[in-house]
Design a binder for this molecule. Sequence first.
Ligand SMILES: NC(=O)c1ccc[n+]([C@@H]2O[C@H](COP(=O)([O-])OP(=O)(O)OC[C@H]3O[C@@H](n4cnc5c(N)ncnc54)[C@H](O)[C@@H]3O)[C@@H](O)[C@H]2O)c1
Length: 188
Amino acid sequence: MIPASSKEESDEIKRQGGNCYGAGQGIGRAIALKMASEGAKICVADLNPETAKKVAEEIKGMGGKAIAVQVDITSLDQVKKTVEKAIAELGCVDILVNNVGWDKMELFIQSEPATWDKVININFKGPVNFFKAVLPHMIERKYGKIVSIAPTPDGWDRAARRFTRERKGASFPSRKPLRGKWPVTGST
Ligand SMILES: NC(=O)c1ccc[n+]([C@@H]2O[C@H](COP(=O)([O-])OP(=O)(O)OC[C@H]3O[C@@H](n4cnc5c(N)ncnc54)[C@H](O)[C@@H]3O)[C@@H](O)[C@H]2O)c1
């Protein structure tokens, strides 16, 4: 469960439009519902259009504003269209939640290059696609918050854990320079 926000945070969220992807189920759904309950307008983006629509309907049922968009985050073209749609229909994307993560539970020694490619495309390239699509908008508005959910490798063998750490190492620095190079007021 996401901790209750402070009054200050809550007031801030009310002013904002959020784009939460991978929000059709699980943690992403919980984040989307929590943000909506605090007043954010939500773009529920997910590979699965049915679950995305269901979550958007739940938000509307709570009296909130939401749209559902089908997106494969490994496609920059689809990600750009998602951000454009969110801006057109919700007014802005001030909070981006990178929630999608994918892993295959198996011994590293049994894993195949196709699995590595899928892990890298979803867990690393997906967030980078969203950075590329959303940053010009945040820079123009001089405001933006990006939250990225990281995977934990419980249940994997040692080699797989190392691979996951390397992958996290690959994705975390990709966000750090964003703040330094393009300072966006209030960016997190
Ligand atoms: N569940 C846990 O115990 C746990 C623990 C630590 C970290 N995490 C991390 O939290 C995040 C969410 O976990 P979860 O268990 O809720 O995940 P989940 O598998 O339940 O949900 C992931 C969502 O992402 C969507 N998705 C998958 N591939 C996609 C793609 N290419 N494009 C767009 N959407 C896509 C799925 O349709 C699904 O709705 C992940 O990044 C995960 O690594 C989860």
